[in-house]
Design a protein. Structure first.
Length: 404
């Protein structure tokens, strides 16, 4: 077993020096959750004494619908003493996947064949066609390097209209790419145990459902004077945002508030309800630092995603870690993708439908302030001690080390 490794991380994080630029030029959903997850993994690997090199193909939307520039520029620089290679590519819809693959191939050649940089293992974040295709090239030129693939979700289950022709064609193409190249991967990190049942790949794996960054600045905020329910995240219709709006609107109490942050296909519904009900306040898509402050000011954090859809087996809502680590009590539905241990540290909505969600909110707000605070503190301690970046990333190191 080898514990002091040279690990190259290939993903789609936003370098800190460029994140504001990417945010300004993005339209709609910005991939904050994926960015945070990747950076937490990298910091955890570093905390466990691994030498890290980063190659990033930033997870940006396509031009022109979701990003207003046609090209992403290539850059190489040091950030927090880590080498980062931000790949340049053409970001035009339908052409960008080929462009990203070519950029990855050139980067692998330059860094490991021309420059002869040391590498023991490559960790790849995401099941994108260009990432799977590059595994074949990596094995051709670096046959002794171990590849660990982190699978944060199953793309064909995580959004979009799967009945449309172009989505069906893309999913068929993506499946073909995965099936052809998956043999190159030596080990896996899943976010849900059900992913192993889905892929049926007989290779080593472990589960990292989420990561809390223990080095983040401690935020303290004064609680709102009025009971305030808060939702932050993707405003996807399939994630239950309309159910939350309807449930809250039906509560007959003028002294409570609902704050909502985010972007997505449910945004118009949020605006519509906010116009009708002055207690509902839509704050738009905010910087993550602002969201963390609002979470600490709120009385109750909520995720209205229920477990009816198949995709909930294969996903772990990233806001779960964020919510619980805030110290503000949280209410969740029971989802198969969330390990049972988490439900000891939150309130559970176990009633179905709009009335069930309404009743749960009212019941929790009627619990004494002291009891709610105790729940929030227990949840925070659980996350900080058991789900921090050092503890979680050690799973990746152990997985790879056993293969070397």
């Amino acid at each position: 077993m080898k514990f002091d490794m040279n690990i190259t991380f290939i993903g789609g994080l936003f370098p800190e020096k460029n994140i504001d630029f990417f945010r300004v030029h993005s339209k709609g959903i910005f991939q904050y959750a994926a960015d945070v997850m990747q950076k937490n993994i990298i910091e955890g690997l570093e905390n466990n004494n691994q030498k890290i090199n980063i190659i990033t193909v930033p997870f940006l939307g396509d031009f022109p619908k979701s990003y207003d520039l046609q090209y992403v520029n290539e850059e190489r620089f040091l950030e927090n003493k880590k080498p980062i290679h931000q790949l340049g590519f053409k970001n035009i819809k339908f052409f960008n996947e080929i462009s990203k693959y070519k950029a990855l191939k050139q980067a692998i050649k330059k860094q490991f064949i021309v420059e002869q940089n040391p590498v023991d293992a490559i960790v790849i974040y995401g099941v994108f066609s260009y990432f799977l295709k590059i595994t074949t090239f990596i094995k051709q030129v670096l046959p002794n390097v171990k590849i660990c693939l982190i699978i944060p979700d199953l793309p064909h289950l995580m959004g979009g209209n799967n009945n449309s022709l172009h989505i069906k064609l893309y999913n068929a193409y993506a499946k073909k790419i995965v099936d052809h190249n998956i043999k190159n991967v030596d080990s896996y990190i899943y976010l849900s145990k059900y992913m192993d049942e889905y892929f049926k790949i007989k290779k080593p794996f472990d589960i990292i459902e989420g990561i809390y960054n223990a080095s983040e600045e401690i935020i303290t905020e004064i609680k709102e004077s009025l009971p305030t329910v808060f939702y932050s995240g993707t405003l996807a219709l399939r994630y239950g945002i309309v159910s939350l709006l309807e449930a809250f609107s039906s509560i007959e109490n003028e002294n409570i508030r609902l704050w909502i942050c985010g972007a997505g296909d449910g945004e118009e519904k949020v605006r519509e309800y906010a116009k009708k009900d002055s207690r509902i306040i839509f704050k738009g898509q905010l910087d993550r630092s602002e969201i963390l402050k609002l979470q600490r000011r709120a009385t109750l954090l909520i995720n209205p995603r229920d477990g009816k859809d198949e995709f909930t087996k294969y996903s772990f809502p990233s806001k779960t870690i964020e919510y619980l680590s805030s110290g503000t009590p949280t209410v969740l539905y029971k989802l198969k993708g969330i390990p049972d241990e988490y439900y000891h540290y939150c309130y559970v909505c176990d009633e179905e439908g709009i009335m069930g969600l309404k009743n749960t909110i009212v019941k929790i707000l009627n619990i004494s302030k002291e009891e709610r605070e105790r729940m929030g503190i227990r949840a925070k301690d659980f996350i900080i001690n058991n789900k921090n970046e050092t503890v979680q990333s050690l799973k990746i190191i152990n997985l790879i080390s056993r293969l070397l």
